[in-house]
Design a protein around this ligand. Structure first.
Ligand SMILES: NC(=O)C1=CN([C@@H]2O[C@H](COP(=O)(O)OP(=O)(O)OC[C@H]3O[C@@H](n4cnc5c(N)ncnc54)[C@H](OP(=O)(O)O)[C@@H]3O)[C@@H](O)[C@H]2O)C=CC1
Ligand SMILES: CC(=O)[C@H](N)C(=O)O
Length: 266
């Protein structure tokens, strides 16, 4: 790829070989953006790249990477730092978990956290300084409604997605004054391979969104420059109330003395 900036920035999408990432790839290609597609399965990425470049006439590079492997993660970071054409990062690659907390082994926990939080943070950190210097660009992080709801019973997965929301909100506060748009997208159950990969039957779920509908809704939020987009949430005021309550805490949580209920009785 050349290093000349273009009107339509190139888009780097992680987890582009299937599901939500593959639909993002198709939608951005349709909008005329060149792409860099990242995932482990090179043959699927190559096939998608060939189809999209043929259909939409855009230039597509494939970067095979296992984002839980340090050398591969560093290669994607290097690309984000050096390729001035990339102005949009879709931080989408992720995996789910099965089983109760007490059944999860150390390796499974490490892999989940490495992919769902460390890679997301490292890739955002790799591109952000260049975007800040350019005064433009976007970072989209795919979270989950599970990150709002420990009741949904996926404790470590949900914790990684709560991290993604917090990271996105923090980046939005830090980077939006410098011209960078940061979006957190929180899907609920969406029909993709993630369920089968995690050993779960998607057909056993009561409400499942179609993946095209999910991405198209997320892109409406993107075009509106929403900081948080929750496609399955019909009553938008519920999110406003939750976030408003959180902001209401801000004036109260920084105090020099413990609250009266924690003062030792004389
Ligand atoms: N589907 C759903 O119900 C929901 C999904 N999400 C989130 O959406 C995102 C996308 O998931 P979805 O499309 O559903 O699932 P898919 O399983 O279809 O896609 C996951 C993508 O991530 C890639 N990936 C997985 N592991 C790695 C790895 N170690 N290194 C690099 N790439 C990897 C996969 O490609 P490859 O195997 O080729 O590496 C694939 O392209 C995830 O972050 C997920 O948590 C959030 C809420 C609900
Ligand atoms: C993909 C999942 O496993 C999860 N339930 C989610 O909705 O994020």
């Amino acid at each position: 790829m050349s290093t000349q900036p273009t009107l339509r920035p190139a888009v780097l999408i992680t987890g582009a070989s299937s599901g939500i990432g593959a639909v993002y790839a198709e939608r951005f290609a349709r909008r005329g953006h060149d792409l860099v597609l990242v995932a482990r399965d090179k043959s699927r990425l190559d096939a998608l790249a060939a189809r999209l470049s043929e259909t939409h006439g855009v230039k597509i590079d494939v970067l095979q990477a296992d984002l839980t492997q340090p050398a591969d993660l560093e290669a994607v970071e290097a690309r984000l730092r050096s390729d001035a054409r990339i102005g949009v990062l879709i931080n989408n690659a992720g995996m789910a978990q099965t089983g109760a907390f007490v059944q999860q082994g150390a390796q499974a926990i490490d892999t989940l956290i490495d992919l769902n939080t460390t890679a997301v943070t490292r890739l955002a950190a790799a591109i952000a300084p260049r975007l800040v210097e350019a005064g433009a660009g976007s970072i989209v992080n795919i979270g989950s409604v599970v990150g709002l709801a420990p009741e949904l019973g996926m404790t470590v997965y949900g914790a990684t997605k709560a991290f993604v929301l917090f990271l996105s909100q923090g980046l939005q506060l830090e980077l939006s004054p410098k011209g960078i748009y940061v979006q957190a997208v929180l899907p609920a159950a969406t029909r993709t391979e993630i369920w089968e990969r995690a050993g779960m039957d998607v057909n056993s779920l009561p409400e499942v969104m179609d993946v095209e509908e999910l991405v198209d809704a997320a892109l409406i939020g993107y075009d509106r420059r929403e900081p948080v987009t929750i496609p399955p949430l019909h009553v938008a005021a519920r999110w406003d109330a939750l976030d408003g309550a959180r902001q209401g805490l801000l004036s109260d949580i920084r105090q020099a003395h413990a609250a009266e209920r924690y003062q030792a009785k004389a």
